[in-house]
Design a protein around this ligand. Structure first.
Ligand SMILES: [Zn+2]
Length: 146
């Protein structure tokens, strides 16, 4: 259940093991880690290697690198780090999923404007549509009104 960072070779032990029901009813054990770890290509990268720039050196202009860490930081409610990582991801590729995740780190008008922008990139993106609906906005109405 341990994970090893492919760059610094540090080994991380999970802080807890979550149990989920798999599709066939069998229990799945998912290790959870205190520190953020992301999978890019076939590598696992730790947050220290992300923050010190080693990961960017190895994977320049990688959307996945920044997006995966954006998700990991958002999940851990480390909002400043999540925003920085997601903004880098979006600068590489205007992804509706990344914009939608960035949007939920904001409140009010900023959040809604970002979700609308994401919807205009891909009007069929389920994550964007769901986030709009969760904020009481009908995505089809926005598309109709232009
Ligand atoms: Zn590392």
């Amino acid at each position: 259940m341990n994970e090893k960072c492919s760059l610094c070779i540090q080994i991380f032990k999970p802080s807890r093991i979550a149990t989920w029901l798999g599709p066939n009813g069998a229990a799945l054990e998912i290790p959870e880690f205190d520190i953020a770890l992301a999978d890019v290509d076939d590598a696992t990268i730790c947050e220290s290697c992300y923050h010190d720039g080693a990961a960017e050196m190895k994977y320049p202009d990688s959307f996945e690198l920044h997006y995966q860490f954006g998700l990991e930081f958002e999940k851990r409610e480390r909002i400043d780090e999540a925003r920085k990582a997601l903004e880098k991801a979006i600068a590489i590729k205007e992804s509706p999923e990344a914009l939608s995740t960035l949007a939920i780190t904001y409140d009010g008008r900023a959040k809604i404007e970002m979700l609308k922008r994401a919807l205009k990139i891909d009007s069929t993106c389920e994550l964007v549509r769901l986030n709009l609906l969760n904020n009481g906005i009908d995505p089809d109405e926005i598309l109709r009104d232009g």
